[in-house]
Write a protein that binds this ligand. Structure first.
Ligand code: ATP
Ligand code: ZN
Length: 304
């Protein structure tokens, strides 16, 4: 076959995203911010790409790595936790990886952690030896236990892992944590992080050799732009001129600020586009260093 001619049906890119759940809306919003739009089918499982030949398949998040590995979908948006677990599970049957993480996407943040009953005096991982640990992530947990040289029993549960200790099914758990509120409500405390996770764009382990390669390149370029804008904020503040040498190094990954004079020459109003994280801590440092009237504004668009 002529390598330039795409195989039938492979002249469009198909991205699997979660149908409903924590990642569903942010995934669609991110793709929409890359200029994609779709026409939805009546069953709401498939969205036909209108602005670009990029379609969506709406599925359960657990199915996404398999759909990519089988070539049913070309890309997917899924938690790193799901991707890593299924990657390890697949290693038993295949030689190399079947999919790879292409970009972290900055939402769906959580961590896979071991949690123990509040009453435990936690000192170190070796205390888990001989215990039963309930989890929906048996591969990641077993790998970590092995790495630590700890012999513990992995109890596989598909849901409601956090109630296992109260039901006497396990002594500890290994589960996803974000705020920690669910753990606290079950008298558990996180003691050890196994994996830091967030939503990621996943793709197959090998590159495309047809039109999809160009579509993916276009998508990644737009995605990188959209992610950069999301992280970027406009910071406005006032300060006296002599403080600038102390204040400017505190701006996270900032572009050259715009400086305006107020009150004669000594008092300045500044605005700076910051691409790094403007955390509360950073704002407080700026305030301590003499910045006044600090204001952080979101950026809707950037055209350099
Ligand atoms: P599905 O019906 O698609 O199987 P689900 O119940 O498995 O949905 P969600 O609860 O929507 O999935 O979680 C999807 C992803 O959101 C997780 O795999 C994880 O990456 C991320 N996430 C972020 N914070 C949390 C949290 N506190 N608990 C669980 N998942 C979280
Ligand atoms: Zn799921």
């Amino acid at each position: 076959m002529n390598p330039v001619t795409p195989a039938p049906g492979r002249d469009r890119l198909r991205i699997a995203i979660q149908k409903s759940g924590r990642l569903a809306e942010p995934a669609r919003a991110l793709l929409a911010s890359c200029g994609l739009s779709w026409r939805e089918s009546r069953d709401r499982l498939f969205c036909y790409g209108e602005s670009l030949p990029i379609d969506l398949l709406l599925v359960r998040d657990d199915d996404i790595p398999g759909l990519i590995a089988d070539g049913v979908c070309d890309l997917g948006i899924v938690g790193r936790n799901v991707l890593a677990e299924q990657d390890l599970a697949g290693r038993a049957d295949t030689d190399g990886p079947r999919f790879r993480e292409l970009r972290p996407l900055g939402f769906g943040g959580c961590r896979l952690a071991i949690a123990v009953p509040d009453a435990w005096q936690w000192r170190e991982p070796s205390q888990l030896a001989g215990t039963r640990i309930a989890t929906s992530y048996p591969q990641l947990l077993s790998q970590w236990l092995q790495g630590q040289g700890i012999a513990a029993q992995v109890v596989l549960l598909s849901g409601s892992v956090e109630i296992a200790p109260r039901l006497g099914q396990a002594d500890a758990i290994c589960d996803l944590v974000s705020s920690g509120a669910t753990l606290a409500a079950n008298q558990l405390k996180p003691v050890q992080t196994l994996l830091d996770s967030e939503a990621v764009l996943a793709g197959p382990a090998v590159d495309f050799d047809d039109v999809r390669a160009e579509l993916m390149e276009l998508l990644l370029r737009r995605l990188d732009g959209a992610l950069r804008i999301r992280r970027s904020k406009l910071l406005m503040f006032q300060a006296s001129r002599e403080l600038l040498p102390t204040l400017l190094p505190l701006l996270p990954d900032a572009e050259e600020p715009t400086v305006m004079r107020i009150d004669g020459a000594e008092r300045l109003a500044l605005q700076a586009l910051c691409h790094g994280a403007l955390t509360w801590q950073r704002l407080e440092e700026l305030k301590r260093a003499g910045a006044r009237g600090l204001m952080v504004l979101p950026v809707e668009g950037l055209l350099a």
